[in-house]
Design a protein around this ligand. Structure first.
Ligand SMILES: [Zn+2]
Length: 410
């Protein structure tokens, strides 16, 4: 008996909170997002209870409106409702137009950054848009004037897109089982050394993500320790652990056996943190020929699985038909868990620092386009936008920006 009591109470409570049609005419209110909106003063009554609504009406409006009765009262209500709905559609339209203008400026900034063009080119593009509108649809001029493409706006948009891409990479990195790094250092025309760090991560589904993770100016004399510090910061930023790091590639694909003093010093730094920064040629050969390797030479945790594998003719067939990634992906995970993980580690290894070299030549182009100084942060955003495989999430970026709500005026 006592159990049914709270249920009953809640039911009554819910009934109280449903908007009743007769309230509109009695108190000049309408329902809006689960609240009662007063059509006379645009205040909202948060609780959908007749008591609260009546009190609002009686304290604020009844003196002025209680003499309205019958047909007069219904007409007044209709007029108020019409004007509210007109206002609302007007503000919705304005909100949509503002959003569209913001999206245009965001997308144009994206195009400029992708092509490595200076932020000031935004102003030229705006002039071009205006010329086109003047000739083709002058009645829409107001809409287009609303698009902001000043150098400052473009710079801010580029920062926003850069952070969006960084966030996408942080999310992806959450799922990395293994990752490898490619890093390279180059000195540009202004004699500032730039360090590029590319990351290649593999998740449990063998999905590979390869992105520019950071780019930094190294001022003054660069030592292996400086570079190492940048790497450490980058790992913290992406929430990655040293024990997930499979391989570090520097300088033309020579795995950490780099030429300069800097890289040999850097190698020492790495070796203190993890034992084997080189994916050895032997590891790669075992990974490439699992049916031909000598069991005794394998790490102990793989031996049993590889013995089973080498006896399985069906899997041997699959090995011959598929590329390596597809082959390892099709191994049953309950029987070949260790081998699959080993394979994913080697899939994360960069073949070369080709990406770094490609990015450096683009960076030189970008810097020459700007002539004037470009901040490190902006340069990093531009380089990330230019090299990423992610699509910027424009809609998400726009919805995060609070579009100011203009209050209704009755
Ligand atoms: Zn009111």
């Amino acid at each position: 008996m006592s159990l049914s009591k709270p249920q009953k109470k809640r039911k009554v409570d819910l009934e109280c909170r449903a908007f009743k049609a007769e309230w509109s005419e009695n108190y000049f209110v309408t329902e809006l997002d689960g609240k009662a909106l007063c059509l006379l003063c645009s205040d909202t009554v948060a609780v959908l209870k007749e008591y609260n609504i009546r009190r609002h009406y009686q304290t604020k409006h009844s003196a002025q409106y209680s003499q309205l009765t019958g047909k007069e009262r219904s007409q007044k209500l209709e007029t108020l409702k019409r004007s509210i709905s007109l206002q609302r559609s007007f503000f919705t339209k304005m909100k949509n137009e503002n959003k569209a203008a913001s999206k245009v400026s965001l997308r144009v900034a994206h195009l400029l950054a992708k092509e490595g063009k200076p932020f000031t080119d935004g102003e030229l593009i705006k002039s071009c848009l205006i010329v086109a509108v003047e000739e083709m649809c002058p009645e829409k001029m107001d809409l287009f004037n609303n698009i902001s493409l000043s150098a400052r706006t473009v710079a801010r948009r580029v920062e926003d897109i850069g952070s969006n891409i960084t966030n996408q990479l942080i999310n992806k990195a959450n799922d990395f089982e293994w990752f490898s790094l490619a890093l390279d250092e180059s000195t540009d025309i202004t004699d500032t050394a730039q360090l590029l760090l590319f990351i290649r991560g593999v998740n449990a589904d063998f999905e590979v993500t390869e992105e520019l993770a950071s780019m930094n100016s190294l001022r003054g004399t660069t030592t292996g320790e400086d570079i190492f510090k940048e790497v450490e910061e980058m790992l913290t930023k992406y929430n990655l652990k040293w024990n997930q790091l499979k391989c570090v590639t520097t300088d033309g694909g020579k795995n950490m056996s780099g030429t300069g003093d800097i890289f040999s010093e850097l190698k020492k730094q790495f070796q203190q943190r993890f034992s084997d920064p080189d994916a050895s040629a032997e590891d790669i050969s075992k990974f490439e020929n699992p049916f031909n390797c000598t069991i005794e030479e394998l790490p102990p945790n793989l031996q049993l699985e590889v013995i089973n594998l080498q006896c399985d003719n069906m899997l041997k067939g699959k090995f011959q038909e598929n590329n390596l990634t597809e082959f390892y992906k099709c191994l049953p995970s309950d029987e070949y868990g260790e081998l699959r993980s080993y394979a994913r580690g080697l899939i994360s290894v960069f073949g070369s620092t080709y990406l770094c070299e490609k990015t450096f030549s683009k960076m030189k182009y970008v810097k020459s386009q700007y002539r004037s100084a470009l901040t490190d942060e902006h340069l990093q955003s531009i380089m990330m936008i230019g090299s990423t495989n992610f699509d910027p999430q424009f809609e998400e970026m726009l919805s995060k920006k609070t579009i100011s709500f203009i209050p209704l005026v009755a």
